[in-house]
Design a protein around this ligand. Sequence first.
Ligand code: UDP
Ligand code: MG
Length: 147
Amino acid sequence: MATEQTLSMIKPDAVARNLLGRVTARTEGIGLQVVAARMLRMDRTRAEQFYAVHQQRSFFEELVKFMASGPILAQVLEGDEAIQRYRELMGATFPCDAEEGTLRGDFREHKDVDPLYNIVHGSDSLENARVEIEFFFSPAEIHSRSD
Ligand code: UDP
Ligand code: MG
């Protein structure tokens, strides 16, 4: 299995609901290690840059507003097949579709919650993980265990 790094964001809804520790414990529970972390608040411009791929989507405006609405915890997670395994731990994009045992399933507030408020972000490919990690962290801030 390949050791990978992926970019996680614990989103403003989860930070506001005091879920930082519980979400991170679940991440560590599947054997991924936090090798970089920073709590920060994105401004509109930064959020627009991060989600530029979604620029044409109907939810773009709401997404940017939400992601700039409060602090997030950005983390680099490292481990075997980290990208795919973190996506599996996150669960489906729409919390109403997310299964039990996933972060988006287990931590959703109620079944019909707006898909914006889905607790976490995780990179979806090796290339996007590289770009997204660089968006938040310099190499010196990443404390890889696999060096
Ligand atoms: N999103 C939304 N409505 C949608 C699809 C997505 O509000 O119909 C939000 C949601 O917060 C999601 C983010 O936009 O996490 C990025 O969407 P993407 O399709 O990349 O989902 P993800 O990769 O986060 O599962
Ligand atoms: Mg995505």
